[in-house]
Design a binder for this molecule. Structure first.
Ligand code: THG
Length: 282
């Protein structure tokens, strides 16, 4: 299954049979005071710096989230999208809980973006899927619904299937639905990782869709987050995760290793190239 995203001209293929695609996470105001301060001034220099750093470090797609208290994201998200795509040819992942902000961004976005996100709630399905259809965008489906978040992988799977069926019934191609199994803090819920890993397996085996997840959510509140994230990432990829939302700076070397081990990087070309790129940047 191939989900094809596009920037101005650059095409990125998320392929269930191919190497891992990295959706760079760093354009997100969480813990980034400078990003909030510069966005408030409509100064996009720092956004571009974050974007370029993610690309150099191996990101294929950039997640763009400009959510902070008091923001008018219906104005700021499209402005930010324009600023990035005028400078960099990259497909974007438009990250907002506000369907109006997503639509405003789709109006100005180049190519074919990925909407982040829709979920199984009736209100969300009705607001977001028609927009995805109208603009020809791909969409991430979060496996939660009007009953909230369940810890039963079969129930999470059922929500993924519901989102897929609603999307295809509206004419959205099935390959343009990417499922997020909802990675959450294992410090708060002992079964958090197991539920997510099992959900990935069910979605991969029964639906064959591409799968994303926040790569650092599970380690929230714990020390040594890198090792924990990587252990979870290895099993996630093995079970069918294809396009994590992650800090490329921290994850690329690891996913290149996973691709090499899984025979998705002949003669270690990409593994070696990444190492050389990082040496050159030192
Ligand atoms: N699923 C989907 N979308 C998402 C998430 C998800 N979007 C937001 C988030 N989760 C993924 N994006 C980020 C962006 C920034 C940070 C984490 C996730 C972040 N994390 C560090 C921290 O938590 O302290 C700080 C910086 C760092 O270590 O690099 O900044 O799950 N569909």
């Amino acid at each position: 299954m191939q989900t094809i995203l596009k920037g101005k001209s650059k095409e990125v293929v998320i392929d269930t049979e191919g190497p891992v695609v990295i959706i760079g996470e760093s354009i997100n105001p969480t813990r980034r005071k400078k990003l909030v301060a510069t966005l408030k001034e409509h100064n996009f220099e720092f956004v571009l710096e974050l974007a370029r750093t993610q690309m150099e470090a191996g990101a294929d797609v950039l997640d763009v989230n400009v959510g902070f208290p008091g923001v008018d994201d219906e104005a700021l998200l499209p402005e930010t999208v324009k600023a990035i795509q005028e400078a960099i040819d990259v497909p974007l992942c438009l990250d907002s809980p506000n369907p109006k902000a997503i639509e405003a961004a789709l109006k100005v976005a180049a190519g074919k973006p990925l909407i982040n996100s829709v979920n199984g709630e009736e209100k969300s399905l009705q607001a977001v899927l028609p927009i995805a259809k109208e603009y020809g965008a791909a969409v991430i489906g979060l496996v939660m619904d009007d009953n909230g978040i369940t810890n039963d992988p079969e129930k999470r799977f059922a929500i993924a299937e519901k989102i897929l069926n609603r999307a295809t019934s509206m004419g959205i191609p099935r390959e343009d639905v990417v499922i997020d199994p909802l990675a959450m803090a294992v410090s708060a819920e002992p079964s958090a990782c197991m539920v997510t890993l099992e959900t990935i397996k069910l979605v991969h085996d029964r639906l064959g869709l591409n799968i994303t997840q926040g790569a650092s959510n599970i380690s929230f509140g714990l020390p040594n987050r890198g090792d924990l994230n990587n252990a979870h990432m290895a099993i996630s990829i093995w079970n069918g995760l294809t396009c994590p939302i992650a800090n490329a700076y921290k994850i690329t070397a690891f996913v290149r290793a996973m691709d090499l081990i899984r025979a998705r990087d002949d003669f270690a070309m990409r593994f070696t190239e990444h190492y050389q790129n990082m040496e050159a940047l030192k």
